[in-house]
Ligand binder design. Structure first.
Ligand code: TXA
Ligand code: MG
Length: 317
């Protein structure tokens, strides 16, 4: 069990000492350490059991501070930063040498983001360094959206969880890279692609690779519960084994015990569905069921990111 609370001074002290603290963001909880301290960064990889080829995002609180860590800020990236930061958007920008290679797994770009959470922003303002923070889950598992989720899996390994309540967005940030004049989506996430395109025009979607270290962030098998997750059409879902749990978009399947069904959004609201996605997957995973059966949500807005996570979590994709 880690101590849990909302005391910024406690969080700050641990971080300054080089220790790790779980932090709230608007997307998911992060496992944070001093991004400029190699020992802290190394312990992030250890605690998460994360392969060293998978680089980390650094978090800070202002565009001025981002400039300390990046060599170049392309025009399109600036426009996006202006419009969507603080928010669920991560930009891949050429790194300066002040950023340890350990953070970027040797790549020449660094992932940066200004998160939109008042408690975390205040912490970042007070710290003399940025925070490297992957999602606060063991590598490959579902990301945490509540302090209690972090405690369940990493509580024994970290001294403090800064509790900022439930993550509002519920799904990780959208990651964009810039090549020549092209904007490439490396990870679908909490910022809707339509919103991005309304500011800078068409973007290119990067396809998933299975485990290509040259394309980190693209690992196909990810975000998975412990129980096998099967994706199918609604009609086919109902015909599965008796001891299954169900993750559904906006309505129950008749004739199946509701105890074992979770509805992402009864109103059919994709933002609400994203907010509930990981918490419900965890609930189903902890039930006495042999498998989880899920349906895809409509392919619009945040639906693209939700379906991406479901597909990566599933055994059938
Ligand atoms: O919403 C989020 O982004 C959360 C919160 C805590 O900020 N963080 C998060 O971090 O999801 P993580 O480490 O779980 O996912 C970051 C992804 C990884 O898949 C990593 O491979 C990719 O970003 N990434 C980081 N730096 C990269 C780089 N230079 N080039 C390509 N991909 C990169
Ligand atoms: Mg993650």
């Amino acid at each position: 069990m880690a101590a849990t609370g909302s005391d910024l001074n406690v969080a700050k002290e641990f971080l300054i000492k080089g220790e790790l603290v779980a932090i709230p963001t608007e997307t998911v909880y992060g496992l944070a350490g001093n991004a400029l301290n190699e020992k802290s960064v190394l312990s992030i990889f250890e605690v998460k059991n994360r392969p060293a080829f998978d680089p980390l995002i650094i978090h800070t609180d202002s565009v001025d501070k981002v400039a300390i860590y990046v060599l170049d800020f392309p025009e399109k990236a600036k426009k996006l930063a202006q419009k969507f930061w603080p928010g669920p958007l991560t930009l891949l920008l050429p790194k300066k040498s002040i950023v340890p290679d350990l953070v970027t797994s040797g790549l020449d770009t660094v992932a940066v983001r200004i998160p939109k959470h008042p408690l975390l922003l205040e912490l970042l303002r007070q710290l003399p360094f940025p925070l490297a923070a992957p999602s606060a889950n063991p590598f490959g598992y579902i990301s945490p959206t509540k302090a209690a989720h972090v405690d369940q899996q990493l509580g024994g390994k970290i001294p403090y969880i800064l509790d900022g309540g439930e993550c509002e967005v519920g799904i990780e940030s959208t990651i964009l890279g810039f090549e020549n004049d092209e904007v490439i989506v490396y990870r679908l996430g909490g910022l809707d692609i339509n919103e991005i395109e309304s500011v800078i025009g068409p973007v290119v979607l990067m396809p998933h690779s299975s485990s290509d270290p040259k394309a980190p962030g693209m690992l196909k098998s990810h975000y998975a519960p412990r129980k096998p997750l099967h994706l199918d059409h609604r009609e086919a879902l109902a015909g599965g084994p008796d001891n299954a749990g169900y993750l559904l978009f906006n309505r129950y399947i008749e004739g199946i015990d509701k105890t074992y069904q979770r509805i992402l959004s009864p109103e059919g609201d994709l933002k609400e569905a994203a907010h509930n996605l990981f918490a419900y997957l965890r609930e189903l995973d902890s039930m006495p069921v042999g498998e989880i059966r899920a349906e895809l949500v409509p392919m619009q807005g945040l639906g693209l990111a939700i379906n991406d996570r479901l597909q990566r979590a599933s055994v059938t994709a």
